[in-house]
Ligand binder design. Structure first.
Ligand SMILES: NCc1[nH]cc(CCC(=O)O)c1CC(=O)O
Length: 296
């Protein structure tokens, strides 16, 4: 008898591609196992005319899948780690972190345009992420920033139909969709610090269940980076609407974490870096957050 693993995913093309990456890995590592993908629409996918902050934040992308896990309708769920709230349901731990895709943000310009045209005075860059717009203002001081929501496909069609000259997306998503070709520019990780977890997939499951088919799936380097970045964000605020960014690089046993913290009072952000033992990933994240709050 070959066990069938049910993988829950959001319905967007990117989400399904990501679930398929995990499905293929499981089937390659454990050839006796069959995996099937079950998709569902989440509240975050249904409401597109309001900003995420006003409708309840990142949790809206995981709530329905969490419920399906708890009900036993699915066995695991796959999420972009960057879309997962810092506080996850205690009964539903992250069991594995995928090897990290390119963590950088990228610029996509209106078809037929160049970066030069897209950055002209008054040009509109579409992004709903304050993490992105705050950092991009330094690179494109003459542009204005307007919100744009929806999945990757929706945003790209808005770019063609509406008055945006460019938009900014995660390289990881575009790479997974095979859309390298539309990328106009990659921002280095210190030009635009990525969101915590960007480029990493999280495999979530029920606490206490042992899943032999998940063996070999976890990437220790991605896990370590994820722990440092998410500990930083968690220690910075409970509020979750302030812009934050965190990116950890691991070399051997050393971890370097760069964090961005926005001071609501001063209306500006600060960036700082910490270097330490990779084994201490979470403590380093917390320490950097405390240090930056004191500096602010
Ligand atoms: N918020 C949507 C989202 N969540 C994860 C990714 C990209 C994939 C990843 O970061 O792993 C994207 C699209 C984007 O920001 O361009």
């Amino acid at each position: 008898m070959s066990p069938v693993i049910r993988i829950g995913s959001r319905q967007s093309r990117l989400a399904v591609m990501q679930a398929e990456i995990v499905k293929r890995q499981i089937e390659r590592l454990h050839p006796q196992v069959k995996a099937e993908i079950i998709t569902m629409k989440t509240t975050g996918d249904k409401i597109l005319d309001r900003s995420l902050e006003t409708i309840g934040g990142k949790g809206l992308f995981v709530k329905e899948l969490d419920r399906a896990l708890l009900n036993g309708e699915i066995d695991i769920s796959v999420h972009s780690l960057k879309d997962m709230p810092m506080e996850t349901d205690e009964r539903l731990p992250i069991l594995a972190y995928s090897k990290r895709e390119d963590p950088r943000d990228v610029l996509i310009v209106r078809p037929g345009k160049t970066e030069e045209e897209a950055r002209k005075t008054g040009a509109v860059i579409g992004t709903s992420s304050r993490r992105r717009s705050l950092q991009l203002k330094k690179l494109y001081p003459n542009c204005v920033f307007h919100g744009i929501r929806g999945n990757v496909q929706t945003r790209l069609s808005k770019l063609e139909q509406e008055e945006y000259s460019a938009t900014v997306l995660a390289a990881a998503g575009l790479h997974r969709l095979g859309m390298h070709g539309i990328i106009e520019r990659y921002f280095e990780v210190d030009e635009v610090i990525p969101a915590a977890g960007q480029g990493i997939l999280a495999v979530q499951g029920r606490r206490g269940e042992v899943w032999p088919y998940l063996e070999g799936l976890d990437d220790p380097e991605a896990r370590t980076a994820a722990l440092a970045e998410r500990a930083f964000v968690k220690a910075l605020d409970g509020g979750c609407t302030s812009p934050v960014a965190a990116y950890a690089q691991i070399k051997g046993t050393t971890l370097k974490l760069r964090g961005l913290y926005y001071e609501e009072g001063a209306q500006q952000y600060i960036v700082d870096t910490i270097v330490g033992e990779a084994e201490e990933a979470e403590a380093l994240g917390e320490y950097l957050a405390i240090k930056m709050k004191e500096e602010a």
